[in-house]
Structure formats: structure tokens, C-alpha cells
Design a protein around this ligand. Structure first.
Ligand code: SF4
Ligand code: SF4
Length: 180
């Protein structure tokens, strides 16, 4: 069984938000609800300055605080290492939203349950890739098996010494970044 993760190369991100929109479209989200956020980091001052765009989404933490605090057992990790929600068990109490240090969860407007990125596991199980991965015009994300040392994602992480966001939190995220 693979253990899925994503490598993100921020040096390629142009901040176009295509990944965010593709994700909203695939998940039927309203325009003001999103699973992907593109943060902008400004460095320096005119005339010597630079911008970095940092796409962020659920990290599918191996040690997931959201899963631990859920009082109904609605949050679980799939055999492929993807953190998912039993939609019929979620009561919308928002404990998981408070517990997530990355602030990537939200309450769905229609169903009143907690939702977030799910690595488009519906597409992945049919041999595809998450919508954010395939839509990006500059191929910022690489999706694949973190346990296979020869996968593109594993090689990219090793070659670029890519790191997760806030590893000090101890949640063991499965999204790794090459930062500019
Ligand atoms: Fe849960 Fe947040 Fe980690 Fe995603 S990033 S698995 S929502 S704690
Ligand atoms: Fe960045 Fe790609 Fe998302 Fe555009 S689609 S914002 S380039 S990650």
C-alpha cells in the first residue's frame, strides 16, 4: 500500500490560484470556501524586493491533532495515509478546527460538517492525481508514494532537502516544501 504525500516547489509558484479554483470545482465548494490557500511572503523593500507564493492545504499529518480530538471518531486515516472524514459521523462541533495548527479545516456551508483537502482520493483510487496537482500550469506539486524511494516525490524531497511546514509541532506532515 502506498503512503501518499506531496512535494511543493514554491520557486515555481506564480500565485495564479488555479489549484485553489480546481479544488473548489472538484469539491463543489462555494467561492468563499477553500481547501487550498496561497500565502504571499514579501521580502525586502523597493527597489530590491522579492515575493514567494506558498500554497498550503491539509498536511495529512501522521500524528494528526484533529483526529485525536474528534469526539465521535469521524476523522480517520485511510490505508494510504490520507486523513479523511466519515461524513455521517461528523456532528460539526468544530473541535478539529480548533485543534488543527495549520488552520486548514472549515465547516461546509451545505452539510454543516468539517471538511478539508482529501488528496482527491476518489481520483487517486482510479489511477489519477489530485485536481491541484494536474491543474497547476507550472507543475508546482508532485504527488506520489513517500515510501517508494524511487518515486518522483521521494526523489524530489531527497534532492532538494524539502521540509514540511512547522516540523517543530510534531504532527509529522506529509507535505514537503522546497522554499525560495
Ligand atoms: Fe488534521 Fe490539520 Fe493535520 Fe490536516 S493539517 S491532518 S486537518 S491537523
Ligand atoms: Fe501556484 Fe500552481 Fe496553485 Fe497557480 S496553480 S497558485 S502556480 S500552485
Amino acid at each position: 500500500m502506498p503512503r501518499y504525500g506531496i512535494a511543493i516547489d514554491t520557486t515555481k509558484c506564480i500565485g495564479c490560484h488555479a489549484c485553489k479554483v480546481a479544488c473548489q470545482n472538484h469539491n463543489g465548494l462555494e467561492y468563499d470556501q477553500k481547501f487550498n490557500t496561497i500565502y504571499q511572503v514579501d521580502r525586502g523593500k523597493y527597489p530590491s524586493f522579492s515575493k514567494e507564493f506558498v500554497p498550503a492545504q491539509c498536511n495529512h499529518c501522521e500524528n494528526a491533532p484533529c483526529e485525536r480530538v474528534c469526539p465521535t471518531g469521524a476523522i480517520y486515516t485511510s490505508p494510504e495515509g490520507v486523513v479523511l472524514v466519515h461524513r455521517n459521523r461528523c456532528v460539526g462541533c468544530k473541535y478539529c478546527i480548533e485543534a488543527c495548527p495549520y488552520k486548514v479545516r472549515l465547516i461546509d456551508h451545505h452539510e454543516g460538517i468539517s471538511v478539508k483537502c482529501w488528496f482527491c482520493i476518489d481520483l487517486v483510487r482510479q489511477g489519477g492525481e489530485p485536481a491541484c496537482v494536474t491543474t497547476c500550469p507550472t507543475q508546482v506539486r508532485i504527488f506520489g508514494d513517500l515510501d517508494d524511494p524511487d518515486s518522483r516525490v521521494s526523489r524530489f524531497i531527497a534532492e532538494n532537502r524539502a521540509q514540511p511546514l512547522r516540523p517543530d509541532l510534531g504532527t509529522k506532515p506529509k507535505i514537503f516544501y522546497k522554499r525560495s
